[in-house]
Design a protein around this ligand. Structure first.
Ligand SMILES: Cc1ncc(COP(=O)(O)O)c(C=O)c1O
Length: 395
């Protein structure tokens, strides 16, 4: 009989020659348990997903309740389904007035593709502007918004007209013109290594979009749902997007995303021709029920209020001669080491200590720290102790 690992390598498509291959048997809170009896601290939240912890009890209950009623009944947008309405309504209540219409999808990439299509429909323009070192997803449209040739070259040409501006470079906003359909930015660049956008840059981009009639899309797929210390990171800035994209932690562990805009902009999906975006499972009722309960938890449990204090604690404990820089915001921190090799060494050393960390697509010399928001101060002290020991091995 072949082992689970042999079957994993033989029958599941592989995207890397060196998958981590942890054999998961259970996950709860900040922990992931594996078949060899180990209990890992998930210091990356399954890449920005488990903000309210793995298998949050109330989210589980909401899922069970919905399972007792119905699962899929019809493609997106035709039937009235309570979890979808309540979720969209709860989002409208918490967001600025102009973000009152939600299109529910399956993933972050689909939210981005939907937002791009919406911007083309509404403006009648074809061009897009994105930032260097951004990552907005793996579908063809979303991938076209990435400038890192290492990953994009085999898929060229993507979308025909994408211009890249340097992140935080004020002069570059001039590339936004009256031909631009939309500009897409992250408040804190995720795969760029958790680099915050400056207030000046965000304001300059917002102003230039308003002047030229381009729509501003903010990708909060990684920064959203409390990760940076407010429900959405843009709330800490002076800008409001025309379209907001959510996914990852939005579903409390279930696959769901959204692009959110005003009723006026969103109406352009209805005509010339109808069905401006089609999705079968988008807003799946079980996922929508999970997302609604997840949102309620984030709004009532006080975890988001503790993010700034927990960030401070991490920063005060992460002091080591091998740390060259720490960037990020809230519980979205990146530690810069001297090289990619050093990062890999620390990741593997931490795995031996049953702690999961990771690297970044466009910042290979940085280590990712993004634990579930429910992590306690005691657990932060514990992981920082192990981090220091791992960093010692580099000296
Ligand atoms: C900022 C950002 N946008 C979009 C995506 C794409 O999301 P998904 O993997 O759900 O398609 C990601 C995924 O890592 C992301 O970090």
């Amino acid at each position: 009989m072949i082992s689970h690992k042999q079957a994993f390598l033989a029958y599941l498509a592989q995207t890397s020659p060196t998958p981590l291959s942890l054999e998961v048997v259970k996950a709860s809170g900040i922990y992931i348990r594996t078949a060899d009896g180990k209990r890992y601290i998930d210091l990356i939240s399954g890449i920005g997903v488990s903000n309210t912890g793995h298998r949050n009890t109330r989210v589980l209950n909401a899922i069970r309740k919905q399972l007792g009623k119905y699962m899929h009944t019809m493609v997106y947008g035709e039937y009235i389904q309570q979890p979808q309405i309540e979720l969209a309504r709860a989002l409208a209540k918490t967001l600025p007035n102009q973000l009152n219409s939600t299109y529910l999808v399956n993933s972050g990439s689909e939210a981005i593709d939907g937002a791009l299509k919406l911007a083309r429909r509404y403006t009648g323009r074809k061009e897009f502007v994105a930032c260097r070192n951004a990552y907005h997803g793996g579908t063809y449209g979303a991938l076209s918004l990435m400038d890192n040739a290492f990953f994009t070259e085999p898929f060229k040409p993507g979308l025909e007209a994408v211009t890249f501006m340097q992140h935080n470079e004020l002069d570059d906003v001039k590339c936004i013109t009256s031909s631009t359909a939309a500009v897409i930015i992250e408040v804190v660049q995720g795969e760029g290594g958790y680099r915050p956008s400056t207030e000046e840059f965000l304001t300059a981009v917002r102003n230039r979009c308003t002047e030229t009639g381009a729509l501003l899309i903010i990708d909060e797929i990684q920064t959203g749902m409390g990760r940076t210390g407010t429900l959405f990171a843009f709330e800490q800035t002076s800008i409001v997007p025309d379209i907001l994209c959510l996914a990852k932690a939005f579903g409390g562990g279930m696959p769901i995303g959204a692009f959110i805009s005003s009723t006026e902009i969103m109406q352009s999906l209805q005509a010339n021709p109808v069905l401006g975006h089609i999705t079968t499972f988008g807003g799946h009722p079980v996922c929508a029920a999970a997302a609604l309960e997840n949102l309620r938890q984030l709004q009532t449990q006080g975890w988001i209020d503790e993010v700034a204090e927990k960030e401070k604690l991490f920063r005060s404990l992460l002091k080591h001669q091998n740390i060259m820089d720490i960037s990020g915001r809230g519980l979205m921190l990146s530690i810069q080491l001297e090289s990619h090799e050093a990062v890999q060494k620390v990741i593997h050393h931490l795995l031996d200590r049953e702690i999961i960390t990771d690297w970044f697509l466009h910042a290979e010399d940085r280590l990712r720290i993004a634990p579930p928001l429910i992590i306690s101060k005691k657990q932060i002290k514990q992981v920082c102790h192990h981090l220091m020991a791992a960093l010692d091995t580099l000296s």
